[in-house]
Ligand binder design. Structure first.
Ligand code: C2O
Length: 546
């Protein structure tokens, strides 16, 4: 195994998109940031220097961080921010993960532009469970604002209203053919007749689930979230922010140019969203050259309707592990968490300009009615490790405080989220099941729920209210997929299981960043000492303190 050293300089860089130049926060002047490539078993050491004017942290999305919780990255959860002018070195080893992950800023909305791919190749001497592809390409799907994303979220936080939607989607940072001033920079993905290539598709968008397709080509899914899957073939992918999907594509069409396209899957009824389409071009090397001055128009791609929940759900539920897996059968912790929006009544001392949510409210979100508030004086991990009192409480509820028809059309008065910093304590080694139940307060929506520090098995996904009697019969205990982010369907639920074998404080949240802003998060404290995280080494010397 090798150790790879990298340096990330995070700073404002001039980036021109949609005909305008912006001062964009980038890593090493690149947008998207550098792709890191390692082999399973390798160690990554990344020194991050913050030369921007915002607080910063970097998260290595999907990396298990086995006993290296200090390197996980979410701001105020595992570390205080890297202040402007300072540095922090992340150091961790990858064990037993292969495929596509990514890294991104985990502070405010910085990840809108501070992100990149993290590719884990098989360990030296081993190989893919499929024929080695001729070419591999990373396709990072993103969102672009004609504004500073930090200003967009600040404005939404001030007014209590929904933030502005993005102005474009992007593939590897480029909006592509259908947007102004973007055509000549459209990303070209090469293929040749007869080749089988690997596309590593990552949804790095901030607030939008996306459909993805390639004109005239079928896609064979072979991996997701850095775990292999039983191959299945589809013409459309749906990725929630945070999710990755590895697909094989066979060059079996007439040599020409074909559109690769992505656009919104929007499950929240009536909510505003960016309804534009981003494109790249799959180009056969042997395609005839267009005559001088002529642009050969690529073959057009067809995407599902923006509200096609059936297609999204058919895709999400097609995943299986390649072979039988060891799902925990006996459960020590059976948890039931609601996930969804809620609206805060406006505090009396607030001016109406700060209450621009529906009917003079402020937008909020919660899990089990707790709207997560980050601490500001210590990270949760440091507080847990050093036994610092008063930073968090350990009474995050195992069940919703009130039960009701979660996916029915009920009054929001039932569900006024309560802001608090609560964690749920898990005994080291406990076998955990979480039912993630979507709610329809104000509106229902597909929530991509991401757990840090773990991969989990997805046992079942369904619509309506989870019914423990009838729905547990549907659990896949044989070959459920291993994921780090699961799309809990609109007006539905998902059930996950994992073994709490990694000490630390691990945030679980909706990966739509606007929902994090509104409080759709909680954290697990996995302890194996009495009152302290005794098995965790002390933090590194340059660990940022608040
Ligand atoms: Cu990819 Cu907590 O995030």
């Amino acid at each position: 195994a090798e150790t790879h050293y990298h340096e990330f300089i995070v700073q404002a860089t001039k980036v021109k998109r949609l005909c305008k130049t912006h001062n964009t926060i980038t890593v090493n002047g690149q947008y998207p940031g550098p792709t890191l490539e390692i082999n399973d078993g390798d160690t990554l050491v990344v020194k991050v220097t913050n030369k921007a004017r915002y607080n910063l942290t970097i998260h290595w999305h999907g990396i298990r961080q086995m006993r290296t919780a200090w390197a996980d990255g979410p701001e105020f959860v595992t570390q205080c921010p890297i202040r402007p002018g300072s540095s922090y070195t992340y150091r961790f080893t990858v064990q037993g993960q292969e495929g596509t992950l990514w890294w991104h800023a985990h502070s405010s909305w910085l990840r809108a532009t501070v992100y990149g791919a993290l590719i884990i190749h098989p360990a030296a001497g081993s190989s893919y469970p499929f024929t080695k592809p001729m070419r591999e390409n990373v396709l990072l799907l993103g969102e672009w604002w004609d504004a500073n994303p930090i200003d967009v979220v600040r404005e939404a936080t001030r007014t209590g209203a929904a933030p502005n939607v993005s102005n474009a989607y992007t593939i590897n940072g480029q909006p592509g053919d259908f947007y102004n001033c973007s055509r000549k920079d459209t990303v070209i993905v090469p293929i040749d007749a007869g080749e089988t290539n690997l596309l590593r598709v990552i949804n790095a968008a901030l607030n939008q689930e996306l459909f993805f397709t390639v004109a005239n080509h079928m896609l064979t899914v072979v991996g997701a979230d850095a775990s292999y899957t039983k191959p299945f073939t589809t013409n459309v992918l749906m990725l929630g922010p945070g999710q990755t999907t590895d697909v094989l594509i066979l060059g079996n069409q007439v040599p020409a140019r074909y559109y690769i396209a992505a656009r919104a899957y929007q499950s929240a009824q009536g909510a505003p969203f960016d309804n534009t389409t981003t494109t790249a071009i799959l180009e056969y090397k042997s395609a005839p050259c267009p005559a001088k001055g002529l642009i050969s128009t690529p073959v057009s791609a067809t995407l599902p309707a923006f509200n096609d929940t059936n297609t999204a759900n058919t895709f999400t539920t097609s995943f299986r592990s390649p072979k039988q897996v060891a799902v925990p059968i006996t459960i020590d912790e059976s948890l039931f968490f609601t996930v969804g929006l809620g609206l805060f009544n406006c505090p009396k001392n607030f001016h109406s300009s700060r209450c621009q949510g529906p009917n003079g409210t402020r937008f909020g979100a919660s899990m089990n009615n707790v709207s997560f508030v980050l601490p500001s004086n210590f990270s949760l991990l440091q507080a847990a490790h050093q036994g610092i009192p008063g930073v968090f409480t350990t009474d995050f509820p195992a069940n919703p405080p009130v039960t009701f028809d979660y996916t029915g059309n009920v009054s929001r008065a039932l569900w006024q989220p309560v802001p608090a910093t609560k964690v749920y304590k898990l005994k080291f080694g406990s076998r955990v099941q979480v039912v993630l139940q979507g709610t329809n307060i104000f509106t229902g929506e597909n929530h991509p729920i991401h757990l840090h520090g773990y991969d989990f098995y997805v046992l079942a996904i369904g619509f309506g209210n989870f019914n423990p009697q009838t729905d547990s019969a549907k659990f896949n205990l044989v070959d459920p997929p291993l994921r780090n982010t699961i799309a809990v369907p609109v007006s539905g639920w998902a059930v996950i299981r994992f073994v709490a074998d990694n000490p630390g404080v691990w945030i679980m949240h909706c990966h739509l960043d606007v929902h994090i802003t509104w409080g759709l998060s909680m954290a697990f404290l996995v302890e194996n000492g009495v009152g302290k995280l005794q098995s965790l080494e002390p933090p590194p010397a340059d660990y940022p303190v608040c």
